[in-house]
Write a protein that binds this ligand. Structure first.
Ligand SMILES: [Zn+2]
Length: 431
């Protein structure tokens, strides 16, 4: 490895024993689903870690559309009756008492063309579509597929794990509070295959039961930890603490939070009279349509929002040895990322278009230069594909992956802290 003698502090980040220890503690809180209390407890613990690093840490709580599942089941009906395995999507509509029985229609991948081909024949039926590897430029998110099913008049929505032996998946249905929506759940690979075969053999009916309830006055915690510099403005490192409840949300996103905590420790000594400040933002309710970060940015005054000069969002930064920055359409960011890759002695790929799949999008939509660092972009065979499922557990993450993400993060933030006010302002220019 090529060592840059002027950046020994960056190389020293490889020797932070708390990186892996913090990661394991975060996983031990559980899946950290917002509303479970695990996300809130993990956030409070993480804020304590940031105070220990010298930061001024506060917590605010913002409203979001909470919901919880009371029960869910799925079965093939009729002569081939058999129980199937399912997991409701967050904020799924409830079925009527007694459940929903309807014909299932296999739409294969469930792309726009698949829905278009069916025309009106989905009306009153249950759409079966495939989940896709989410960290790829061309993927269609499951809540987009849900929206297309609703628009086509479907009565229910099932999303299948497409990989041999693959289990259930958790996710969000994007149904806003107060709207009807349709019942929505994931099915494991084996159940999806049974459904698909039954549908091929002739009209196949399934019985779907989802019973959920709104949780009124639900609040999502937002942690803000500041290390003030001598200049105005903040470089913001963010990560979401919340997760989903099938596994313990190790990749997504204990990895990002552990790296954010370690980056605060490493960068605390780099913040000084000649630099802007460093702010660490820890969000919850990210898995509920970016609710925590969106509310946080919407509720602050223009002055504070204008002081946020760059957002480096860490979401699923392990699970593969490749790292990519999604630079949200800000033309100034790719050069910063490439320089960071040089000083950190590791390649960081760049994908320029905005991908609105994590909290950086909440910053970008206010004109704040924002990027997401992630592992496994365009690597569908990587371990990163375990996100959303039961295999997203502590043991799936390798320490050297966290170390690489930490070095990349510190290099990007360290370079940004060394930019002049004019250079930072240039990052916000859009072509
Ligand atoms: Zn995530």
């Amino acid at each position: 490895m090529m060592v840059f003698p002027h950046l020994p502090w960056l190389i020293a980040t490889d020797n932070d024993p708390a990186l892996m220890a913090d990661f394991a503690i975060l996983c031990a809180f559980g899946g950290r689903l917002s509303g479970s209390g695990q996300d809130s407890a993990a956030l409070n613990w993480a804020l304590g870690r940031l105070r220990a690093a010298g930061a001024r840490a506060t917590r605010l709580d913002v409203p979001y559309d909470g919901w919880r599942c009371l029960r869910a089941s799925l079965a093939l009906a009729g002569p081939r009756a058999a129980a199937l395995s399912c997991w409701p999507l967050l904020r799924s509509a409830s079925t009527a008492a007694g459940g929903l029985e309807a014909q299932v229609v296999d739409l294969g991948p469930g792309r726009q063309s698949d829905f278009a081909r069916l025309g009106g024949r989905l009306r009153g039926r249950i759409a079966l579509v495939c989940h896709e590897y989410p960290y790829a430029a061309g993927h269609v998110h499951h809540h987009r597929k849900y929206d297309m099913a609703v628009a086509a008049g479907a009565a229910g929505f099932l999303i299948a794990n497409p990989w041999e032996g693959g289990g259930l998946l958790a996710g969000w249905s994007a149904r806003p509070r107060g709207t009807a929506g349709i019942p929505a759940a994931s099915v494991d690979h084996a159940s999806a295959r049974r459904l698909s075969r039954a549908a091929q053999a002739g009209p196949a009916r399934v019985r779907m039961v989802v019973e959920g309830e709104e949780t009124p006055r639900a609040r999502a915690g937002v942690g803000v930890a500041d290390l003030p510099g001598g200049r105005d403005g903040w470089i913001v490192i963010s990560a979401h603490v919340d997760g989903l409840d099938l596994g313990n949300s190790a990749l997504d996103n204990a990895s990002g939070v552990a790296v954010a905590l370690a980056a605060a420790r490493a960068l605390a000594r780099r913040v000084g009279p000649s630099t802007p400040g460093l702010r660490i933002c820890l969000f919850t309710a990210k898995e509920w349509g970016l609710a925590g970060s969106a509310r946080y940015l919407a509720q602050m005054g223009d002055g504070e929002r204008n002081s946020l000069k760059l957002n480096i969002n860490l979401d699923t930064v392990a699970g593969d040895d490749s790292l990519t920055a999604l630079t949200s359409g800000f033309p100034g960011l790719p050069a910063l990322v490439r320089r960071a890759g040089d000083v950190a002695s590791l390649p960081i790929g760049v994908h320029e278009p905005l991908m609105p799949d994590s909290d950086h999008a909440s910053f970008a939509c206010h004109g704040i230069p924002a990027l997401r660092l992630l592992a496994g972009f365009e690597r569908p065979a990587s371990r990163a594909r375990a996100v959303l499922g039961a295999n997203d557990r502590t043991s799936i993450v390798k320490e050297d992956e966290l170390q690489r993400a930490l070095r990349a993060t510190c290099a990007m933030a360290g370079l940004a802290m060394a930019l002049s006010d004019a250079e930072l302002a240039n990052l916000a220019e859009r072509s």
